[in-house]
Design a protein around this ligand. Structure first.
Ligand code: ADE
Ligand code: ZN
Length: 338
């Protein structure tokens, strides 16, 4: 039973825009930019997308991002994602970007953000999809490099809603970035962080207590610490969970083993997201459908997941109210044809 998931108004809170780069577009950009790819064909690329853990994915993901050079490349990648959003009835999306992946290759910060934000403006104007941008620091690099990236971002601060933390989790605890997040808060950014994707529950606690984040990205390892699960529920700290990603990166063997339903039942503010849809086999709609089927979610649970994402978003009260009203109409069922 798919509970009319296609029509469900959705909010996405965990999508790395570089992870939406489909192999076809990657090949087109490689060709127009004269960048060599270590693949013979699009099929060859897809065959390479077999991962054993987070790091095995990141190595391939950073290699793929090398084709992105011009403002138009960042625009085209973002626009392609927004077209997927339209197909999945995504009404609002909060997008991560990794500037260091590009600035470290000599691409200007301005090129990256101009291309992404021009597509987001067109998405709002032409598709009616609202959005926010979240700048992620790469945690495998130094805190000093993250601080320099934050300083670089300040002139573009009006286009950035929040900062985040991503890349290789193990061995790079949130504590490493405390001063960076202090500064980000001082200049007015909200914050989020990947924590408890592969890493221990203590990384989730550090993200909350030291980085003072508003949401936890992934967070599924919290179940190893029942007190932490209670705290997440009591404080209604949102988790941006990415079910297909977790299976592709072997966090869970099978989607049937995923703990999303358990967390929802414990009262945690869980949301469903795609993470890196071009690499993990599906955009948000597919994540919803696969999870609903595997975990036998009922219509009330699907509705709760959608409402959680509205509540957990960086939209203002009026924007949230508008989306809750759209979900009310979804619940009431399709309007009969006149
Ligand atoms: N960057 C892109 N996808 C990521 C993930 N799933 N975890 C950490 N960093 C990422
Ligand atoms: Zn992620």
């Amino acid at each position: 039973m798919d509970h009319d998931i296609d029509r469900l108004p959705k909010v996405e809170l965990h999508i790395h825009i570089e992870g939406s780069l489909e192999p076809e577009l990657m090949f087109a950009m490689a060709e127009r930019n004269g960048v060599a790819l270590p693949y013979a064909s699009v099929e060859d690329v897809r065959r390479a997308y077999e991962f054993s853990d987070l790091q095995s994915f990141l190595d391939i993901y950073y290699a793929g991002a090398r084709v992105l050079l011009t403002e138009q490349d960042f625009y085209d990648m973002t626009w392609a994602y927004l077209e997927r959003c339209r197909n999945d009835n995504v009404r609002h999306t909060e997008i991560f970007f990794d500037p260091q992946t590009h600035t470290d290759r000599g691409v200007a910060f301005e090129t990256v953000i101009d291309g992404i934000s021009r597509a987001l403006s067109d998405g709002e104007r032409l598709l009616g999809i609202s959005s926010r941008l979240i700048l992620c620091f790469l945690r495998h690099l130094s805190a000093e490099a993250a601080m320099a990236t934050l300083e670089q971002a300040l002139p573009f601060g009006d286009r950035i809603a929040a900062v985040g933390l991503d890349s290789s989790e193990t061995g790079h605890p949130p504590a490493k970035f405390r001063a960076v997040f202090d500064r980000a808060r001082a200049v007015g950014f909200a914050s989020v962080a990947h924590a408890g994707e592969e890493g221990p529950p203590d990384y989730i606690r550090q993200a909350l207590d030291l980085l003072k984040v508003r949401r936890i990205d992934h967070g599924v390892q919290c179940v190893r610490d029942p007190d932490l699960v209670r705290r997440l529920a009591d404080e209604q700290i949102p988790l941006t969970v990415c079910p297909l990603s977790n299976v592709k990166l072997c966090v869970f063997d099978r989607i049937e083993d995923h703990n999303l339903k358990q967390l929802l039942g414990a009262g945690v503010c869980v949301t469903v997201n795609s993470d890196d849809p071009a690499y993990f086999g599906g955009y948000i709609g597919r994540n919803f459908r696969a999870t609903a089927r595997a975990l036998d979610l009922d219509r009330t649970e699907i509705e709760q997941l959608a409402r959680n994402a509205v509540t957990a978003s960086f939209l203002d009260a009026a924007g949230k109210q508008r989306l809750h009203a759209e979900i009310d109409r979804w619940r009431a069922g399709p309007v009969p044809e006149a």
